[in-house]
Design a protein around this ligand. Structure first.
Ligand code: NAD
Ligand code: GLY
Length: 367
């Protein structure tokens, strides 16, 4: 790997950009080459990540931006809401930031999603850059331009499609990530296998120990390959009119878990992990995959240190509660839930399923 990192290109015509993947990129001026010049930059981060990495980022940005401001948001999925978003606008306005100001999202997916949404709306749109510091953000949320905040009734319900100008994934930042968060990121890595690339699933099976041990070459491959697959999907369907929905494998059940448990109780990746098992089980019951594949996927998820069973959200009618929450999913049409299902290894389809069958799956997959 070159000292300037490797680049994955996401082809979106005039909204195209690079995803740079490498080690020690954060404090290197060249990592941020090609960005528009401006009088000011605003680093958006949180109280956990900023003490670790904000000064390194500042040192790379100093020569490019005469003024660098910083706003720190409270840390946690439960703060991914309107009140916290307002803190970004407050910082921009109180520092008289103009419409050329570049926003830098330094943190995990929560920071990335909120910074992107703020960038999409401040003065009707200012440039922003993703500097993801969790595995989950490096392999998924920083790429593709989905930005959002949560609503108490539904996950990521308010947001916009708005592409960053650049994504800089510094693998060295993953050294400080808690193990539970590393595992949560592995859920989004694993998802790419069943939906798009069985060779990648084979590789994950043989590399899980190396990934959990944070071996740099294994992490580099996982991040790069995940970004390649995501870039390929997003470049064909930026606004999710069809194909892009496959990236939500496991998310219909997973989002219900996150909202039903209260945001922040189950990590996003944990909900996706249990949700992938449920979606695979539903695929099996619809005759799309065989039991061996479901067992294989479940074993891989367990080896990543992730849950393979969902929580009980309601002791009187658990399946009913899941169904109620899943109807608010963005893929629902006319109140009908549409699931991302595995239609043979490496291929996903999006379709509805009878409520009775979904209830059976939930009953079998929750503890
Ligand atoms: P997160 O942003 O909450 O980060 C997890 C925790 O790790 C936080 O406490 C954070 O402060 C901390 N952290 C971050 N980097 C660290 C580091 N290098 N060292 C130590 N601690 C660090 O969670 P996440 O898993 O990164 O992201 C989840 C969010 O991403 C969810 O809100 C989800 O909806 C969203 N998401 C969005 C997309 C998308 O396409 N936009 C895709 C997947 C997920
Ligand atoms: N994380 C799903 C998507 O970006 O479409």
């Amino acid at each position: 790997m070159s000292s300037n990192g490797e680049r994955v290109f996401i082809d979106l015509e005039e909204r195209s950009y690079d995803i740079v993947v490498g080690e020690g990129l954060l404090n290197v001026v060249a990592s941020f080459d090609g960005l528009p010049s401006a009088n000011a930059a605003l680093i958006v981060s949180n109280s956990t990540v900023a003490p670790l990495y904000a000064s390194a980022l500042r040192s790379a940005l100093h020569s490019r931006y005469p003024m660098i401001f910083e706003v720190l948001l409270p840390d946690g999925e439960e703060y991914k809401n309107w009140e916290t978003l307002q803190l970004i606008f407050d910082a921009l306005l109180s520092n008289a930031c103009d419409r050329k100001t570049v926003l830098f999202a330094l943190g995990g997916g929560v920071i990335g999603d909120m910074t992107g949404f703020a960038a999409a709306s401040y003065m009707r749109g200012v440039p922003f850059v993703q500097v993801p510091t969790t595995l989950l953000a490096q392999v998924d949320s920083s790429v593709g331009g989905k930005t959002a905040i949560n609503h108490p009734q539904g996950k990521n319900m308010i947001g916009a499609f708005y592409q960053p100008r650049l994504v800089v994934c510094d693998l060295a930042t993953l050294d400080s990530l808690p193990l539970r968060e590393l595992s949560a990121g592995l859920a989004e890595v694993i998802k790419y296998g069943p939906i798009a690339d069985t060779n990648f699933m084979d590789w994950l099976e043989s590399s899980m120990e190396a990934l959990l041990a944070r071996e740099r070459s294994a992490l580099a491959h996982a991040v790069r390959r995940s970004c390649e697959i995501k870039a390929w999907v997003v470049s064909q369907d930026e606004k999710e009119t069809g194909l892009r929905a496959i990236l939500n494998f496991g998310h219909t059940f997973g989002h219900a878990i996150e909202a039903g448990m209260g945001y922040g109780v189950w990590l996003h990746g944990e909900g996706v992990a249990a949700g992938m098992v449920m979606a695979a089980e539903l695929s099996l019951r619809l005759g799309l995959v065989d039991a061996a594949f479901v067992e294989r996927l479940t074993a891989l998820i367990a080896r990543a240190g992730l849950p393979t069973k969902g929580p009980v959200l309601d002791v009187t009618d658990n399946a009913g509660r899941y169904l109620e929450l899943m109807r608010i999913d963005k893929k629902s049409e006319g109140g009908e839930i549409r699931f991302v299902l595995i239609d043979g290894p490496g291929k996903a389809v999006v379709r509805a399923a009878p409520d009775a069958l979904v209830r059976e799956v939930i009953d079998a997959c929750c503890v």
